[in-house]
Structure formats: structure tokens, C-alpha cells
Design a protein around this ligand. Structure first.
Ligand code: SF4
Length: 597
């Protein structure tokens, strides 16, 4: 069969085995990408007809998501994780090593070869990096030896599913447990408790516990659920945001692996309270390796009468959960973008209000919470609000899971009661000689030494869980550059302050790092950063300048001695013309030098 016919037939079979609903567009595209290592034009056209969706829309979606391509990737499609912690662990040298070994140009696609090598945003393996994805599957703990083994396997043309299984091992690295990780609930226990006491009492209990969203924003969970419950509608939805894309965050990865049952219990509990019959887990594409495990957990609950029709024997309690994959777009962690993506569209954040609890998925009231929040809600329902309030502070009850990485001896997952100080955490994870800690990922804040007595809590330093440690050997300008580059890559491009401001900031950070910036440039950085913060459309744009503002305000020693005076040339003529001079064999003074043959 020729490739064109194959693509058409594949799409026909895909549609025949599922639905021809437009909101499945992204999921169908992901399947096509997996099959062909790109989206062939004939597949897009066929899909467009089946879904009755304009081809321009289909192409727009392909263009939006980093993991979708219109030209073929390699048979071995390798993406190195490019978080700052991967770089600190030597990922840049490993990329070079692999590319040199295989004769591949990084970022060049497959070309005529069988391998493509590129970089992608944080893959959520910072505690065991450097990491990479190969054909979507995670490989951790890369070093020179493992890279050499990978090169040999590629040269031998060995299929990835025949590679050594230890390459794909992902450790849990749970280093400290507390309330949430120490407690276990039985399948159905929270649902039985809710059915026994009623949804009102259950909601009151979650409210009394003071549970707030664990994604970092801290919206009260009970209030969110009751707003959704009280919005008139014929359908409501429950969505689990398992798209933890914030650089340096990986604690949901561990919960999805080891607590999937409790996550589904929490989602079903929410469905029972708000009256939803359908739920989704939006799983980040980087966690593809968890897909089978999660589907098995769903199947097991269905078999036990805890999902599907008449849950726990209640004739009016039906609830199904479906997993949708993301495709490499950080912005889809924002709840309205996530909903757009669930509907198969580009993940452009919506204008709010209306909020998702009123008009969410397909315009219906929708609760979106993250993995940790659903698990905490299920546990509170079983163990009670007083149990939950035994930890934390008045405003921040309970505990928080942190993903700790960077310059420390014991990276991994740590569960702490809210109110724990940065200093205590650094002591526990074996961090010495610490210069700064980035809390809450690239969008969060860089905390200097004199603020290490501040605490993790909504009333002080709020976080979704990322905690990256930098010792005194690190160049914080390089860290800031990594974050500013990340935001340029991840901006959805919808609004000007973020799209243009982010790129300008990135250029100025680069200039500063290269020792070509003056005090005027610092003022420019502050003006642009403030403008972005105050006028961007969504949280990505309002938080993207944080690393630059922190650098300017709290770490002047990192750039003071790199500044040029205000009247010095900001443009490096020598560097800018170096390549051209070498090619033409000319020096700047016009003397023609010996040309290369
Ligand atoms: Fe998109 Fe950035 Fe604007 Fe958010 S702030 S809508 S990510 S361009």
C-alpha cells in the first residue's frame, strides 16, 4: 500500500473505532503522529472531512502543539529535557555526544536519517536527570555510558521496545512522608462515606478542612465544587489536571503512579457531589509511560462497580473517566487552556469570566483540580476535617508535596506541613552552600539566602510543588536565561505583551549574560517586565517576568560587574561580523586575507 493510501486508511479506521466528534481532533492527531512520526497531509485532509472541521483548523492545531509535526521525525525521535536542572547535570554535553556519535544535527528533524535529536521543556524527571524522551517514552539518568549504549542501539536499528528495561525505570524517590502519603484509603471508602453522610455534609467537611487547590493558586476546593454544583445545567464535568508542566515539578508523576486509585476516588467523589457523569484526566504527553497504568486503574474500578453505571449500586450515580493526552504545550496547565485542549483545539486561554465552574468543557459547568487536590479531598472525606487540620497553618491547612531537585544530595518527593521554612527543607535534602532556591517553577520566585526563614504557605510563598536548589557555583544569570527562553517557547502568542515582551526580555537577559548590557538595559528590562506582568492576558504572561524582576531586585551581584557604561557600544561589531569575515577572508580594515580553498 502506498503511504498516501495507508494514511487515509489509518484515519478511516481510527474514526470507525472511536467517534467523529470534533473535540477528539487532538487525540486523533496524537495517534496519527504516533503511527507515522508526523501528520501526513492526506491524514489531515481525511480527518478534516470526518470531523467536519476546516482543514485550516486542523493545521492550526498541529502547528500549536510541540509534539505534532507535518514533516517526519526520525524512526528514533529523541527529545532531551531542557530544564535548568538537566543542564546542571550535564545534558548539553550529552546532546553533543549523541549528535556527534550519530552524525545528527540537533533540531534538524529526521532529514534522510533515521534519528532526530532535539530539546523539549522539562519532562518531569528532574530528580533523576538528565532525562530524555524517545518516541514519547521516558529515559532517565543519562550519562556518557548510557548515551553510548543508546547510540549503539540506534546504529543496530533495535526497536525501542527491545531496549533494556532499566533505561525506562522511573524511581519514585519519596524522601519524606506526612499526612497524605502516610494515609491510605480503601477503594470506595470515600464514596461510601459521602453516600452515608450526604453530599452537603461532605462538602462542609472539605470546607471545614480548609482544603485549597494544590496547583499553587490556592482557590478553596469546596467553594469551587459548590459553585459548579449550583450552576444550572444538564451536564457537568470533572477534570483532573495532570499536566504538571511547571519546570522542576514532578510530584504528580509519583501520585499518578502510586495513588491512581485514590485520584479516581477523589474525582468520583467530586462527580457525586456536583452531579457529573463524565470526567477526564488530562495527562501531559511527557507522561505517556503512565497511560497504560492509568487505563488499568480505570478498568479495575469499573470492574469493582466504582466507575461506570450505578456506582456502589446507586441507580442514579453514573460516572466515567477518560484519559486525554497533552502534546507538549505548557500553557495547557492553565485551566481554561486545558479545557480548550480537551475540546481538541489550540490551547489558547479563554477570557474569564465566565469561569470554568460556570462554563467549562463544552460550555458546561466544570471542576478542574489537580491530582494532589483530588486525593486530599478523598482522604478528608474518610478521615475528617480535624485530621487534616492537624497539619499546616490557619490559612494553609494540611500538607504540601514538594518536588526537590538541583544542588542537593537527596532530590525527590518531600511532603511537609504548610509553614515549613526554606531553611528546614534545605537541611533535609542535603543542600550545602546554597545561593538561592527557585520555588514554584520558572513562573515562581527566586529566594535569596536572607529569606530562607520564609515559609511554604499560601500566605507566604505559594507553590504548586517545584523547589529547585542552586549552590554558589551556579550562574543565576544562566538560570534566568533558561527560564526566559522557556517562556518565549511556551507563550501561546495570543496577546502582544507576552508574545513580544517575552522575546524582548529574553534578548536583554542574553545581552546581560554576554556582558553587553548597560544600566539603561536594566531599566528597559524592568519596564518590559512590569508591562508584561500588568497587561498580559493570562497567568503565563503575568508570571513570566518574575525571574527577571527577582534577578534585578534580589541578585544585583550577579550582573553588576558585567555591565558596560551607558555610552559603550551595545552592539558587538566584531562578534556580529566574525562569520562573514571568515567566509569572505576579509578583515574589518578591508585587507583581503588568505581565502580558504
Ligand atoms: Fe498566550 Fe502569553 Fe497571552 Fe497567556 S499571556 S494568552 S500564554 S500570549
Amino acid at each position: 500500500m502506498n503511504p498516501t493510501d495507508h494514511a487515509v486508511e489509518f484515519v478511516n479506521e481510527l474514526i470507525a473505532s472511536s467517534d467523529a466528534e470534533p473535540h477528539l481532533l487532538l487525540q486523533h492527531l496524537i495517534r496519527i503522529q504516533q503511527e507515522f512520526s508526523c501528520i501526513p497531509a492526506t491524514a489531515s485532509a481525511t480527518l478534516s472531512q470526518h470531523l467536519d472541521t476546516p482543514l485550516a483548523v486542523v493545521n492550526g492545531v498541529i502547528d500549536f502543539y510541540t509534539f505534532l509535526h507535518t514533516s517526519p521525525r526520525g524512526e528514533y525521535d529523541i527529545l532531551f529535557s531542557d530544564n535548568i536542572t538537566d543542564r546542571m547535570a550535564g545534558s548539553q554535553l550529552l546532546i553533543k555526544q549523541l549528535c556527534n556519535r550519530l552524525g545528527v544535527e540537533p533540531g534538524a528533524g529526521a532529514g534522510t536519517g533515521n534519528t532526530s535529536v532535539d530539546a523539549t521543556s522539562c519532562t518531569g524527571m528532574c530528580d533523576q536527570g538528565p532525562g530524555m524522551l524517545i518516541n514519547g517514552m521516558t529515559i532517565t539518568q543519562l550519562d556518557e555510558q548510557r548515551i553510548e549504549q543508546i547510540a549503539e542501539l540506534v546504529e543496530q536499528n533495535r526497536p525501542v521496545d527491545e531496549w533494556p528495561q532499566d533505561f525506562f525505570a522511573v524511581s519514585e524517590n519519596i524522601r519524606r512522608t506526612d499526612l497524605l502519603l502516610n494515609a491510605r484509603i480503601q477503594a470506595g471508602e470515600a464514596l461510601n462515606s459521602m453516600l452515608a453522610s450526604g453530599s452537603c455534609k461532605t462538602l462542609e467537611s472539605i470546607d471545614a478542612a480548609g482544603l485549597r487547590g494544590r496547583g499553587g493558586a490556592g482557590f478553596k476546593t469546596a467553594l469551587k465544587w459548590s459553585l459548579c454544583q449550583n450552576t444550572q445545567a444538564d451536564e457537568r464535568y470533572v477534570v483532573c489536571n495532570a499536566d504538571e508542566g511547571e519546570p522542576g515539578t514532578f510530584k504528580d508523576r509519583v501520585l499518578l503512579q502510586s495513588r491512581a486509585e485514590e485520584l479516581l476516588e477523589g474525582m468520583t467523589l467530586c462527580a457525586g457531589i456536583i452531579g457529573a457523569r463524565k470526567g477526564f484526566i488530562y495527562l501531559r504527553g511527557e507522561y505517556l509511560y503512565l497511560l497504560d497504568h492509568l487505563n488499568s486503574s480505570i478498568e479495575a474500578r469499573r470492574a469493582n462497580g466504582l466507575l461506570g453505571k450505578s456506582i456502589t449500586g446507586q441507580s442514579n450515580f453514573d460516572f466515567e473517566v477518560e484519559i486525554h493526552l497533552g502534546a507538549g504545550a505548557y500553557i495547557c496547565g492553565e485551566e481554561s487552556s486545558l479545557i480548550e485542549s480537551l475540546e481538541g483545539k489550540r490551547g489558547i486561554p479563554r477570557i474569564r469570566p465566565p469561569f470554568p465552574v460556570m462554563q467549562g468543557y463544552l460550555g458546561k459547568p466544570t471542576v478542574v483540580n489537580n491530582v494532589e487536590t483530588f486525593i486530599a479531598a478523598a482522604q478528608i472525606t474518610v478521615h475528617g476535617s480535624d485530621w487534616f487540620r492537624t497539619r499546616g497553618t490557619t490559612e494553609s491547612s494540611g500538607t504540601k508535596l514538594l518536588s526537590i531537585s538541583g544542588d542537593c544530595r537527596l532530590p525527590g518527593i518531600y511532603e511537609y506541613p504548610f509553614g515549613v521554612t526554606i531553611r528546614e527543607i534545605l537541611k533535609d535534602c542535603g543542600a550545602d552552600n546554597t545561593q538561592a532556591v527557585q520555588v514554584a517553577g520558572a513562573a515562581g520566585h527566586m529566594i535569596p539566602v536572607d529569606e530562607f526563614d520564609r515559609s511554604i504557605a499560601y500566605e507566604d510563598i505559594a507553590t504548586g510543588g517545584s523547589f529547585m536548589v542552586f549552590n554558589r557555583e551556579r550562574d543565576l544569570l544562566a538560570v534566568t536565561q533558561n527560564f526566559s527562553r522557556f517562556f518565549v517557547h511556551e507563550s501561546c502568542g495570543f496577546c502582544t505583551p507576552c508574545r513580544v515582551g517575552g522575546a524582548l526580555l529574553d534578548k536583554l537577559v542574553y545581552k546581560l549574560q554576554r556582558g553587553r548590557a548597560s544600566r539603561y538595559d536594566l531599566e528597559e528590562m524592568r519596564t518590559i517586565a512590569t508591562l508584561m506582568r500588568d497587561t498580559s492576558h493570562c497567568g503565563l504572561g503575568t508570571t513570566a517576568p518574575n525571574p527577571v524582576l527577582d534577578l534585578l531586585d534580589k541578585f544585583p551581584y550577579t550582573y553588576e560587574n558585567r555591565l558596560i557604561d551607558d555610552y559603550g557600544p551595545a552592539f558587538d561589531l566584531e562578534a556580529a561580523t566574525k562569520d562573514a569575515r571568515e567566509i569572505s577572508g576579509r578583515h574589518d580594515n578591508g585587507i583581503i586575507t588568505e581565502r580558504q580553498p
